[in-house]
Design a binder for this molecule. Structure first.
Ligand SMILES: [Zn+2]
Length: 166
């Protein structure tokens, strides 16, 4: 569980247009801001270290090229798990995330190592970006059972409607 200011900090890492001076800076900043989340931060770095494939980010875009919504596939760290975890802007389909989401604390935001790994990987330039259609996007997510997906779907759909019919 992380605080609002920690969420805001991670969102800076999530800005893919931001170019960072060095990996060292990114790691130092993340240790500073996530000082009380050392365990999950280390686990997130472990995901990046141990995975043999890069994190994939799937974007559905408008005709104008604006991103409607995105989801990420984060490789598992266990050798026997071929299935990547699926993260959205508001959730993840791992067990840990659903546990955190159930522990109702309105002051804090649930964050698992996969979601933190997505933000770190974006800052560290370790993400492959793939453009897919809105139909493919909906299909992929429907089969991934991500907790917190409903709100993400709604946000996406509203934006999509506006972009196409306004
Ligand atoms: Zn997760």
């Amino acid at each position: 569980m992380i605080s609002d200011s920690q969420v805001q900090f991670l969102e800076i890492f999530g800005d893919r247009n931001h170019k960072w001076e060095s990996q060292e800076d990114i790691l130092k900043l993340s240790r500073f801001y996530l000082y009380d989340q050392v365990k999950v931060l280390e686990s997130a770095l472990d995901v990046l270290d141990r995975s043999t494939t890069r994190i994939q980010c799937f974007d559905s875009k408008t005709k104008e090229g604006d991103i409607i919504r995105s989801f990420w596939k984060v490789p598992g760290t266990r050798r026997d798990s071929d299935n990547p975890y699926v993260c959205t802007e508001t959730g993840c389909n791992c067990v840990r995330y659903s546990e955190l989401a159930r522990a109702a604390d309105t002051m804090l935001t649930p964050f698992c190592k996969h979601r933190i790994a997505c933000y770190l990987a974006t800052a560290l330039d370790l993400v492959d970006y793939i453009q897919i259609s809105e139909e493919e996007f909906a299909q992929q997510l429907a089969s991934s059972s991500v907790v917190g997906i409903e709100s993400a779907n709604n946000i996406g759909r509203n934006k999509f409607t506006r972009a196409h019919y306004s």
